[in-house]
Design a binder for this molecule. Structure first.
Ligand SMILES: [Zn+2]
Ligand SMILES: [Zn+2]
Length: 256
């Protein structure tokens, strides 16, 4: 069974293609299920790189309409990729109940820090990885998030591997075990290519040190395309992700 639950659309303003473009690509690649997970808006603040709040309704309506149009050809699901900030519990709750979302993916690009947020892309030291990992762990504890998208995203910063990296991986992996949360092996990390780090060249993520731990802990894993272009729904990077997981001895689930 072929599925993908991590799909963006042009509504987030850094991806191309309408919902229908992704559906057509998924059908061409013979997917059985396509889940949309565009970057979620927040009701009271624009954190950037996401759909405007007033597009949430049109986004959901478009998926409902396409479900009818392509009924029998593919199953479509309504999801969002969203960060965890403790002040939004009611919002997550509403999305899952009133708005009828099928699932939320935790995509922690920033986290609550002091009275504001901290963007993980601007880490000044690996100390921040510990704060990041604790925020992801707190999110898993809420039960709002079906899976954690790119749980090793924090490792994209250009620091050499150190004990904080180990610790941050352990915090996230241990909490996933405790809460039985699904972790996503993200194909988009491969699309971003190999980068230079002080201790050698590697992909920013997925990181072998993280996934070795996941394999050992036998945590449920799903592969996410994290496509930002309709041609990426099922591409060589997705195929490569499946091959890589096999090397870790991980059999990914295909139904979220
Ligand atoms: Zn994105
Ligand atoms: Zn994404």
């Amino acid at each position: 069974m072929r599925t993908n639950y991590h799909t963006h659309t042009k509504r987030c303003k850094h991806a191309g293609g309408t919902e229908e473009d992704y559906v057509l690509s998924a059908i061409r690649s013979q997917l059985d299920i396509l889940g949309f997970s565009d970057h979620a808006p927040f009701p009271d603040r624009d954190y950037g790189l996401r759909m405007p709040y007033d597009e949430l309704r049109p986004y959901l309506d478009a998926i409902t309409e396409l479900s009818e149009t392509y009924d029998g050809k593919i199953k479509l699901l309504k999801g969002l990729e969203i960060e965890y900030l403790p002040q939004y519990h009611q919002y997550y709750e509403n999305l899952l109940t009133k708005e009828g979302m099928d699932y939320l993916l935790l995509g922690e690009h920033f986290f609550a820090y002091g009275n504001d947020i901290f963007n993980i892309y601007s880490s000044d030291s690996t100390e921040k990885y510990l704060d990041y990992a604790r925020a992801v762990a707190a999110a898993m504890g809420t039960g709002y998030f079906k899976a954690v998208a790119h749980p090793d995203l924090f490792l994209l910063n250009t620091f050499a591997w150190d004990k904080n990296c180990d610790k941050a991986c352990d915090i996230i992996v241990n909490e996933a075990v405790k809460t039985n949360t699904i972790l996503e092996y993200n194909a988009n990390g491969y699309r971003r290519g190999v980068h230079d780090f002080p201790d050698g060249s590697r992909y920013q993520y997925p990181h072998p040190e993280f996934w070795k731990r996941v394999a050992e802990a036998k945590i449920p894993v799903i592969i996410g395309s994290d496509c930002h272009n309709p041609l990426q729904v099922w591409d060589d990077f997705v195929e490569n992700a499946y091959k890589k997981l096999e090397e870790y001895g991980i059999t990914p689930m295909t139904v979220l």
